[in-house]
Design a protein. Structure first.
Length: 260
């Protein structure tokens, strides 16, 4: 059997940016499927672009600041200046957000849900590729992990048992942000693929499970009991939904769960 031609970093960037020649696309996708570390790196680049767009994409819709318009210009020159400035801003954003595949990424999501889901994906891209230090507290101390996170965050944190869907707990950590912080749990499959669960307080309206994907990274999130939960991992929709549904069933059905 002929060994596949190795994929270069330039090709991975071109794939994420949507600029890869059609004849190499299937080869790169096959390579990513067989090389989880490269897939995780590509997912990280894509997630970073999504995070920037979710937080700063509105800049393209803002009017040109008055200070950029010179009173001495004629009306036609002013119109041209506005158009040029708007084109510059748009060109900057297009470059910064290259590779964004899902135009409906945040359709129907509140601003709070967008921000927290983006934070969860950002945390996934940072820690999923870590070899020696992916978590702060290992799974061997899982009882301490959930007690510590629950105490620090002020609500019960549960580490779902995902063994039935082929994932073992690696451990977790406390993350900054989201006001009081966030819980971050990592799981790993038999072939090394990693999934994470991110949990933080949220005032956004409750929602059912929603799937979002951009390139090789995907996320399923839901909002319940004034908290957002985000399951992130490789963008296999069916797989992510199975993992999220398993976690959701255990979190939603836990004894003594608050109802508001």
């Amino acid at each position: 059997m002929t060994n596949p031609v190795p994929v270069t970093d330039d090709e991975l960037h071109a794939y994420v940016d949507g600029e890869l020649p059609a004849e190499r696309r299937s080869a790169v996708e096959a390579w990513l499927a067989a090389h989880p570390e490269d897939a995780a790196r590509a997912a990280a680049w894509q997630a970073q672009a999504d995070l920037i767009r979710s937080r700063y994409g509105a800049v393209a819709q803002q009017p040109v600041p008055q200070r950029l318009c010179l009173d001495r210009l004629s009306r036609r020159e002013r119109i041209w200046t506005r158009m040029a400035a708007a084109a510059f801003i748009m060109a900057f954003l297009v470059g910064a957000f290259s590779g964004w595949f899902g135009r409906g990424l945040w359709d129907g999501a509140s601003v709070g849900a967008r921000t927290l889901t983006a934070d969860a994906i950002d945390a996934y891209r940072i820690y999923a590729v870590e070899v020696r230090h992916p978590v702060e507290v290992p799974a061997a101390d899982s009882a301490h992990l959930v007690q510590w996170l629950s105490k620090r965050l002020g609500y019960e944190v549960l580490a779902p048992d995902l063994e039935p869907v082929g994932l073992r707990l690696v451990g977790g950590r406390l993350l900054p942000g989201a006001g009081t912080g966030a819980a971050f749990l990592m799981y790993e499959g038999p072939s090394g693929e990693r999934f994470t669960i991110y949990c933080a307080r949220s005032n956004a309206p409750e929602s059912a499970l929603r799937y979002r994907a951009a390139g090789p990274v995907g996320a399923v999130y839901w909002i319940d009991d004034n908290k957002v939960y985000v399951v992130s991992g490789p963008a296999d929709r069916d797989r992510l939904h199975k993992v999220a549904e398993s976690a959701y069933g255990q979190i939603d059905g836990r004894p003594g769960k608050n109802r508001t």
